[in-house]
Design a protein around this ligand. Structure first.
Ligand code: NFK
Ligand code: ZN
Ligand code: ZN
Length: 209
């Protein structure tokens, strides 16, 4: 079955949230002179690239990445194209028939994912859209944008609608080559103690016929 890799390349020059330190990928030990191996090290903001927020990110007593149940991050999902949305994905932008009964909903807001430059004007998700998804039984919301809320948000209203239903979040997906429809999602957070987010290798797999 076909697999779509919907993850960003983690690399030193990748765009990160304004004010965050850059990603660093180091080589600490090199093959040669009696050393049999190359050994590297990475230093990256937890929200760099394609990642899963943990509840700890938006709730002081929220669960950390290491403590999150894995079930929301594996299973059937619906990918919806909302490139027609403006500043936020609003109720009228969503094909509610397409997401009816879905446990996982992923939004495509970009024609082409801005892999080389930071986009401060990304399309957010309106809080009432998240609330309606929650009421419909959705456990996970994903987006190709770097956040559910606008970059300048100080209230994180969409994240707090997620919190109200203990839902999970994927951000920074790369959905350029994926047609709208139903897939199997696999995107497991790393088991990082005390972390408010974790990088994920996110993929979509074609459902068995
Ligand atoms: N991907 C993050 C972005 C974010 O909220 C953030 C990341 C780094 C520093 C500050 C952030 N948010 C608010 O100030 C998020 O939306 O969960
Ligand atoms: Zn995040
Ligand atoms: Zn977030």
């Amino acid at each position: 079955m076909r697999i779509w890799d919907i993850s960003q390349v983690v690399r030193p020059d990748m765009p990160v949230w304004p004010g965050e330190p850059p990603v660093r990928v180091m080589r600490n030990v090199e093959i040669g002179d009696g050393c049999p191996v190359n050994v590297g090290e990475i230093d990256a903001p937890l929200h760099a690239g394609t990642h899963a927020d943990a509840p700890l990110h938006y709730a002081p007593d929220g669960a950390a990445s290491a403590d999150c149940d894995l079930a929301p991050y594996i299973g059937r999902c619906v990918l919806v194209d909302v490139r027609h949305a403006a500043a936020r994905v609003e109720m009228g932008d969503v094909d509610w028939d397409a997401v009816a009964g879905a446990e996982r909903v992923i939004f495509r807001t970009y024609d082409r994912f801005p892999a080389e430059v930071w986009d401060s004007d990304f399309t957010a998700i309106a809080p009432d859209v998240v609330a309606r998804l929650r009421e419909g039984g959705v456990r996970l919301v994903g987006t190709d944008a770097p956040s559910l809320d606008p970059e300048t948000s100080k209230t994180m209203d969409a994240h707090h609608e997620i919190l109200a239903g203990d839902m999970r979040i994927l951000e920074g997906l790369v959905l350029d080559d994926v047609p709208p429809g139903e897939y199997e999602l696999i995107a497991l957070p790393l088991k990082i103690a005390a972390a408010d987010a974790s990088p994920v290798r996110a993929i979509l797999r074609e459902l068995a016929k």
